[in-house]
Design a protein around this ligand. Structure first.
Ligand code: ACO
Length: 422
């Protein structure tokens, strides 16, 4: 192995843990206190009390809207819900063989096609793109769900709120207000969350003066991984496998003995219970009160949660692995009639408003994000001298013509087995 040389690299926190990458007015996560502030409001103050459209306005414009501003934002977003034909064509083409989050990524990329200023990075261009993206994400997810089920997509309705309209487009009936409120609460709860991986990805893209649609499309790619937004699907599968509270402990111990992670627990920043888990556990409980079958799942989840916390503390003492947002997300979303493979796309429908706000903020800052890396590879390597000079090409003009097809593209050559050509 070649010798390493040069000065020792500076210590780099793995996964940039603890590194402050930028300043933001949008949200703040205090992992030790279990605190999440969104645009100046504690999560518990905002979620369930402000609608998703109000929270989006808060992030995009820096304040909650008054009645007129809210009515105008609702009108504009409702008018933007319908998908352009090219976007619907992508959803149709991908419907049978792509997962909802991948369909969303592909379809999101087409949303620049009908923007007036798709490459614009001005506040006006950003705001227009933010409204269009946020308004259309649920339409994409709902249209895909309908097509997968062999049904026709349902056109959005402008007279329904953002969450109620999504449930209408996916199920074909006007939703119960409790269900619409639960979804609205979920989307507000996940709307923004400090410098998480997908938001960072969006900001890096935006920092090159690239456009909003590119930044948001990249962010979807970062969100879909199981260590970020892809956990709630597996949480539900875990609860279904465990089935009854008495089976939780052996199941969890088996997983940990096999060095597998328990989904819905642990967080890079929170070392206490994720405040979003608190809000969503209340929303899940409200939903479960309305339906008896969900009550059983909710009770099982509570039992699994307390067992997991005990077993994790025993297995990884001092790591403070606590319940994260994804655990109760799984319960809320399944009680709305959604399937596990749709969960991460649902997360994106909420987080998109936060990504857009960060892109607006990053464009205003207008500073390229370009960190350095500590090189730990070898130096001074040399290319070994070739043992024989390469054989010269001896193709004559006539042979060249003969080797070219009528279309002008070269024909595949027959392999010659003379040793000089090997
Ligand atoms: N189950 C079992 N062990 C765990 C878990 C878990 N859920 N989470 C962390 N650990 C262990 C690690 O194996 C590690 O052990 P070690 O120190 O003996 O090697 C220790 O706890 C610390 O883990 P890290 O990997 O340093 O934690 P990190 O901050 O990188 O990870 C993460 C955070 C990715 C969320 C992790 O806790 C995890 O994988 N959780 C399960 C997936 C999940 O729920 N993801 C959703 C997160 S919320 C969100 O993104 C919206």
């Amino acid at each position: 192995m070649p010798a390493m040389s040069g000065p020792a690299p500076p210590p780099t926190p793995r996964g940039l843990e603890g590194v402050v990458a930028t300043s933001t007015r949008l949200s703040h996560v205090d992992g030790a206190a279990g605190e999440l502030i969104i645009g100046g409001y504690e999560l518990a103050e905002l979620a369930g009390r402000a609608s998703f459209e109000e929270a989006a306005h808060l992030l995009w414009r820096g304040r909650l809207p008054d009645a007129r501003a809210l009515a105008s934002l609702r009108r504009e977003m409702a008018a933007a819900r319908r998908l352009p034909a090219q976007t619907l064509a992508v959803v149709r083409a991908a419907a049978s063989h792509a997962r909802p989050i991948d369909v969303l990524r592909m379809a999101a990329a087409t949303l620049s096609l009908d923007l007036d200023d798709p490459d614009g990075v001005s506040p006006a261009a950003d705001l227009a793109a933010a409204k269009a993206l946020t308004a259309r994400f649920p339409t994409i997810v709902a249209a895909h769900a309908r097509l997968v089920a062999g049904r026709r997509p349902i056109a959005p309705r402008a007279d329904l709120g953002h969450a109620a309209n999504f449930l209408y487009m996916i199920h074909g009936v006007e939703p119960d207000p409790i269900a619409a409120h639960a979804l609205d609460t979920y989307w507000v709860t996940v709307i923004d969350h400090g410098m998480n991986a997908s938001t960072f990805a969006a900001r890096v893209i935006a920092s090159t003066r690239s456009d909003m649609v590119s930044a948001v499309t990249g962010a979807i790619g970062a969100l879909k991984g199981p260590l970020h937004g892809g956990a709630p699907g597996p949480v539900l599968e875990m609860l279904r496998e465990i089935k009854t509270a008495d089976r939780a402990e052996p199941w969890l111990r088996r997983e940990l003995a096999a060095a597998r992670r328990i989904m819905g627990f642990g967080h890079r920043v929170y070392k206490v219970r994720d405040p979003r888990a608190e809000v969503l556990s209340r929303a899940a409980e409200e939903m479960s009160r309305a339906e008896l079958r969900d009550r059983e799942l909710f009770d099982l989840a509570r039992a699994v949660e307390s067992t997991a916390l005990r077993v994790l503390e025993e297995h990884k003492p001092g790591r403070n692995l606590r319940t994260n947002v994804e655990f109760y997300t799984a319960l809320v979303l399944q009680s709305l009639g959604l399937r596990p493979e749709q969960f991460v796309a649902m997360f994106a429908c909420g987080r998109v408003a936060g990504w857009c706000a960060h892109v607006i903020e990053q464009h205003a800052e207008d500073r390229l994000i370009r960190p350095q890396s500590a090189y730990v590879g070898p130096r001074g390597l040399r290319i070994a001298a070739p043992t024989q000079p390469p054989a010269r090409a001896q193709t004559s003009t006539r042979t060249k013509v003969a080797n070219t097809s009528r279309t002008g593209s070269p024909r595949p050559r027959k392999r010659r087995s003379t040793s000089s050509l090997r």
